[in-house]
Design a protein around this ligand. Structure first.
Ligand SMILES: Cc1ncc(COP(=O)(O)O)c(C=O)c1O
Length: 361
C-alpha cells in the first residue's frame, strides 16, 4: 500500500476502448486525437469549472517530466524554486537535478492539526533569485485540498514577486466528502497568466502506466517559453492506446469516479474508526483529497527506522515512510487506501492487532 496508483481495476469501458484499439492492428504514428482533447476540456469545465482551448494543451507522458520542462523554461542554474514539504519527492529532486536551489517553505499545522501554507516563512525567504513555486494541489501526501482563499493569498505573494507557479493538479479529481478543488489558473486573470497546470487521467482512472498527462498554459508569453524547451526535448504525440483510454475515460467516466470517491471515503472511515479506538497512538485526519492517508505516528515514540520495522514486521504492511517526502515527514507513514474493501479491512485488522500488541505487551 505504498506507490501512488490504485489497486482497483481501471473501468471496463476504458479497457474495452484500449482493447478495441489494439485489435485494429496498426500501431504507427498517430496524432493526439482532437476528440480526446475535447473530452478532457469538457471534463475540466464540468468538474472544476476550468475553461481552456485545445491550443492551450501540451501532451506529456509524465507530470514530473513537465515539471522539469517548467524548471528549465522559467529558471536558470542557481535560481531558487519554492517547494512545500512534506511533498512527493520528485518536487525537490527535480529542482536539484536541474542544479537549482530548493527554497524550502514547509507546510505548518494549525491549531486543529490541519496543514496550511506558512505565508510568513515564505515571504521572509523569497529573494530576487526565487523564480518558481511548485504547488501540489491537492497535496500528496498530506491530503489537503487548498481552499480558494489560501490559494489566493499564495497567488498574491507570487504575483508581488513575479514568481511562476507550476500547479501539479494530478490528484484534482480525487475529492473526498464533497470538497471542491479550485484550479490555481481559475483564481484570476492575473494569476492565470503566471500559471502552468498539470492534469491527467493517471491517478483518477488508474492509468499511470498508460503514461499520458497534459499541461495547460493560457498565457501566450508563458506558452511560448514553455514550448521552446518542450520542443527542444521532442515530446511527440503520446501513445496510441493512451489516446483511446483518455477519450473513453473523460467522456464516459463521471459516474465511475463518483462511485470511486464514495468507496475511498468508506476506506478512510474504516481506518479512522479503528485508529480512534487506540488513544495516544496514530493520529489521522481523513484527507480532503487523494487516496493517500498520512499517518502521524509520533505518539508511538519510535525512531523512523523502528517505525518502518513496526509496519513491515508487526503490522505486515508495506507503506511509504514519511521521510521520503522530506525531513518534515519524519514520524509519519503514508498508506494508499485505493484498494478493495476486503484489502482495506485486512490492513485495518493487521494494524489494529499490531497496535494492540504494543499496548498489551
Ligand atoms: C503529486 C504527484 N505528481 C505527479 C505524480 C506522477 O505523475 P507522472 O507519473 O505523470 O509523472 C504523482 C504520482 O504519485 C504525484 O503524486
Amino acid at each position: 500500500m505504498w506507490v501512488a496508483d490504485m489497486d482497483l481495476k481501471t473501468p471496463q469501458f476504458v479497457v474495452d476502448a484500449v482493447s478495441q484499439r489494439a485489435q485494429e492492428g496498426t500501431y504507427g504514428y498517430e496524432m493526439y486525437d482532437e476528440k480526446a482533447k475535447l473530452a478532457q476540456i469538457q471534463w475540466m469545465k464540468k468538474r472544476h469549472n476550468f475553461t481552456f482551448e485545445i491550443d492551450d494543451l501540451f501532451y506529456s507522458h509524465s507530470v514530473v517530466a513537465s515539471m522539469n520542462v517548467a524548471i528549465q523554461a522559467f529558471s536558470e542554474e542557481g535560481d531558487k524554486i519554492i517547494v512545500q514539504t512534506p511533498v512527493y519527492s520528485p518536487f525537490f529532486k527535480s529542482v536539484k537535478n536541474n542544479k537549482r536551489e530548493v527554497l524550502l517553505n514547509p507546510l505548518k499545522k494549525d491549531e486543529n492539526g490541519e496543514y496550511t501554507f506558512d505565508f510568513d516563512d515564505l515571504e521572509s525567504k523569497i529573494d530576487d533569485k526565487t523564480k518558481l513555486l511548485l504547488l501540489c494541489s491537492p497535496h500528496n501526501p498530506v491530503g489537503r485540498v487548498w481552499r480558494h482563499e489560501e490559494l489566493e493569498r499564495l497567488g498574491e505573494i507570487c504575483l508581488k514577486h513575479n514568481i511562476i507557479v507550476f500547479a501539479d493538479e494530478i490528484h484534482s479529481d480525487l475529492l473526498i466528502g464533497g470538497v471542491k478543488h479550485t484550479p490555481f489558473a481559475t483564481l484570476s486573470t492575473q494569476l492565470n497568466a503566471l500559471c502552468i497546470t498539470a492534469i491527467g487521467v493517471g491517478k483518477t482512472f488508474n492509468l499511470a502506466g498508460i503514461a499520458s498527462s497534459n499541461v495547460v498554459i493560457q498565457d501566450e508569453v508563458l506558452k511560448k517559453r514553455f514550448d521552446e524547451v518542450y520542443e527542444s526535448i521532442h515530446f511527440a504525440q503520446g501513445n496510441i492506446f493512451a489516446h483511446a483510454a483518455i477519450q473513453s475515460a473523460y467522456s464516459e467516466g463521471s459516474l465511475w469516479v463518483d462511485e470511486l470517491l464514495v468507496h475511498l471515503e468508506d476506506n478512510f472511515k474504516a481506518l479512522s474508526e479503528m485508529l480512534l479506538k487506540h488513544e495516544n497512538s496514530i493520529r489521522f485526519m481523513i484527507p480532503q483529497g487523494t487516496y493517500l492517508a498520512w499517518l502521524d505516528c509520533s505518539a508511538l515514540n519510535m525512531r523512523d527506522s523502528e517505525l518502518r520495522e513496526f509496519f513491515v514486521k508487526e503490522a505486515r504492511l508495506g507503506l511509504s515512510p514519511g521521510l521520503s517526502f522530506g525531513k518534515e515527514g519524519s514520524q509519519y507513514m503514508r498508506i494508499n487506501c485505493a484498494v478493495s474493501s476486503d484489502m482495506m479491512h485486512e490492513a485495518v485488522l493487521r494494524l489494529d492487532s499490531a497496535l494492540r500488541g504494543r499496548t498489551d505487551g
